[in-house]
Design a protein around this ligand. Structure first.
Ligand code: NAD
Ligand code: WQD
Length: 339
């Protein structure tokens, strides 16, 4: 399949581009590089041994997006493009709604008019909100989120489902849990701009000496060691989940819209993650306990049985592999991508 990958230069998109090529598909990247670097593309070409067709513009540009979709002969789109920082989304909610919902609206229209039949969408476990029982199941209702970022995901899910039900592109709503890790080559990985918001890139930057110490946001949660538990999954497993969903929708024209959790199905605490990274890297991770971070939940993980039954997908890679691959990436690229 010839697949347009919006946000294909980003963290998850870049790993998915590699996987698509490995599985015999032809990815085409569309990215504005608002949160990634053009030098990613050279790394993707190095890893795949082929030229990666790349278009550099903002998805909200209606004319350019329509022209690309009209002429592109795409069989499907995987839609990663968007802003994703939970804290920032409370400070600049308009930017988040404009970028996330706006780009999805422009893309859905362009796909509809060009007749591109299949869309795989990056959603998030944040749509289960604060009250869903753990493990989270796709059938849980009502969906909710406690932050503007998460609410843009909810709106996008509803928008895409409505369009699909009305005969537009059929859609897979992939609800990711906590993606971490890097390609085992160490050539691509997560490269956040500024201070990392998420645990794993922060730990990696402490290990490599870019930051002095990690703050552990709270150790008085009702969990075995007092720190929150999350369902971390390796980004290469996640990339494989996208290809599985793409192929499933293409093979099942009767499936109009469907949500799948992509997670490992168990929780790992902050302290367990620190210990695993220390062991994988051979470096100490200095850390201190700090106050809880607003909005954090104590513990959640996926019921990922629907993805296993229907897509034949499960997260295979261990916490140790996630740490080892992150460390290979971070130690080989201490300052991230060049440029
Ligand atoms: P990322 O920021 O690394 O990648 C997103 C890419 O989209 C970037 O390369 C950015 O430049 C591009 N982009 C943003 N807005 C754009 C626009 N309007 N037009 C064109 N390009 C644009 O983020 P990621 O971690 O790879 O996440 C990918 C998707 O997965 C996002 O939609 C995110 O919300 C979702 N998601 C991420 C996580 C996570 O923890 N990383 C978890 C759940 C869901
Ligand atoms: C994990 C744990 C922190 C940093 C976020 C989004 C979610 C999804 C994935 C997009 C928590 C603790 C963290 C630090 C810490 N993204 N922590 N010190 O919050 O589970 O999920 O990313 O959809 O929507 O909310 O992930 O990696 O930020 O935090 O102690 O410096 O690590 O408190 O318990 P989170 P995270």
């Amino acid at each position: 399949m010839r697949v347009l990958v919006t946000g294909g230069a980003g963290y998850i998109g870049s790993h998915t581009v590699v996987r698509l090529v490995e599985d015999g598909h032809e990815p085409v990247v569309l990215d504005s590089f608002v949160n990634s670097r053009p030098s990613v593309i050279a790394r993707l070409e190095e890893l795949t041994g082929r030229t990666i067709e790349t278009h550099s513009f903002d998805l909200r540009d209606v004319d350019k997006t329509n022209a690309l979709l009209d002429d592109g002969r795409f069989d499907a789109v995987i839609h990663f493009a968007g802003l994703k920082a939970v804290g920032e989304s409370s400070q600049i909610p308009l930017e988040y709604y404009d970028n996330n919902v706006g780009s999805t609206l422009v893309l859905a229209r362009a796909m509809d008019r060009a007749g591109v039949p299949v869309l795989v969408f990056s959603s998030s476990a944040t749509v289960y909100g604060e009250l869903a029982p753990v493990p989270y199941v796709e059938t849980h209702e009502p969906l909710a989120s406690n932050n503007p970022y998460g609410r843009t995901k909810l709106v996008q899910e509803m928008l895409l489902s409505d369009v699909a039900t009305a005969g537009g592109p059929r859609v897979a709503l992939l609800r990711y849990f906590n993606p971490v890790g890097a390609h085992p080559s160490g050539r691509i990985g997560e490269d956040p701009h500024g201070v990392p918001n998420n645990l794993m890139p922060f730990i990696a930057q402490v290990a490599v000496g870019r930051r002095e110490q990690l703050q552990v946001f709270g150790n008085d949660y009702p969990t075995p060691d007092g720190t929150p538990q999350r369902d971390y999954l390796h980004v290469v497993d996640l990339a494989e989940g996208h290809v599985a969903a793409l192929e499933y929708l293409s093979d099942h024209p009767d499936v109009v819209e469907r949500a799948w959790n992509l997670g490992g199905g168990h929780g790992t605490s902050v302290l367990e993650m620190i210990a695993a990274f220390e062991s994988a890297s051979g470096r100490p991770i200095p850390h201190e306990v700090a106050p809880r971070r607003t909005g954090d939940l104590a513990a959640f993980w996926a019921d990922a049985s629907r993805a296993e039954t229907e897509l034949g997908w499960r997260a295979e890679r261990s916490i140790e592999q996630m740490c080892a691959d992150t460390w290979r990436w971070q130690s080989g690229n201490p300052q991230g991508y060049p440029g």
